[in-house]
Design a binder for this molecule. Structure first.
Ligand SMILES: C[S@@+](CC[C@H](N)C(=O)[O-])C[C@H]1O[C@@H](n2cnc3c(N)ncnc32)[C@H](O)[C@@H]1O
Length: 247
């Protein structure tokens, strides 16, 4: 590991994404303008319990959601919209940094008249660390996170012990963490890291069958047809509470 120079007060954090240039279509731009003000929440670390803040706002508007699920890196939001439509009583908060993806999900929300979805267009690691209170989430979805194939990029992978500890602490008792990947070495890393986290327990003996709510993606169907695998992992929060809480 390289040590940062002494005169650098805050060395640049290693991020799990690079900001990509991507064209926002006119339909996505329209969705951003029309639905963004209601459904996109600002990144604001002074809100330390986003779930409670959403609950207050929603109950004022007559909606009460019994559960909140966070999705990290929703891409174009296909799975997000599908699952939100299946579970109208759950509030979904999606984090994604790529603007065309945010526009695409807002467009689906408009078309499907989905109300139970909020978006934060920001690094999910910071959102989770600063805006989510401990034990506030019923579930976390991380579907096909960037696999960062090259060895020198493995440090960018999301599923690493410190982040998994943070995820586990943000889960309510018996809350779940569902990850999926089509890259076997990353699946193996996920299984090792999640299994080693004492705040989590595997719901399966190794990899889990795909839960019915997660739709098969187009690219997953193509991969499966070519004989490539997909691995789901579903872990639950254990009730150990004596461990120190990461901030
Ligand atoms: C390989 S894509 C998968 C997208 C989607 N989940 C799917 O299954 O099609 C990973 C996505 O995660 C997003 N992402 C990566 N790290 C992120 C982070 N720290 N916060 C928010 N989004 C992130 C990327 O912008 C990208 O859109």
């Amino acid at each position: 590991m390289t040590t940062p120079p002494a005169d650098v007060a805050h060395p640049r954090p290693i991020r799990s994404f690079v900001t990509r240039a991507g064209r926002t279509t006119s339909a996505q731009a329209r969705a951003l303008a029309e639905l963004g003000p209601r459904h996109v929440l600002p990144y604001d670390p002074s809100t330390t319990d986003l779930v409670a803040a959403c609950a207050c706002k929603e109950s004022a508007g007559g909606h009460i959601y019994s559960k909140t699920v966070l999705e990290i890196g929703f891409g174009m939001g296909h799975a997000t919209a599908h699952i939100a439509a299946l579970m109208p009583g759950t509030l979904f908060i999606g984090c994604e940094v790529h603007e065309p993806g945010v526009g695409a999900l807002l467009k689906s929300m408009g078309e499907q008249r989905l109300h139970n979805l909020r978006i934060v267009q920001h690094d999910a690691v910071e959102v989770l660390r600063h805006m989510m209170a401990p034990a506030s989430l019923h579930g976390v979805h991380i579907f096909f996170p960037d696999p960062w194939h090259k060895k020198r990029h493995h440090k960018r992978r999301l599923i690493q012990p410190p982040f998994v500890r943070l995820l586990a602490e943000r889960l309510a008792p018996s809350g779940y963490l569902h990850c999926a990947t089509d890259w076997q070495p990353y699946a193996e890393q996920m299984l090792a890291v999640l299994s080693a986290e004492p705040l989590l327990a595997n719901t399966a003996d190794g990899y889990a069958p795909r839960p019915g709510y997660r739709p098969e993606t187009k690219f997953e169907r193509r991969g499966l047809a070519l004989g490539h695998g997909v691995w789901d992992l579903v872990f639950r929060r254990t009730d150990q509470s004596a461990l120190p809480v990461a901030t």
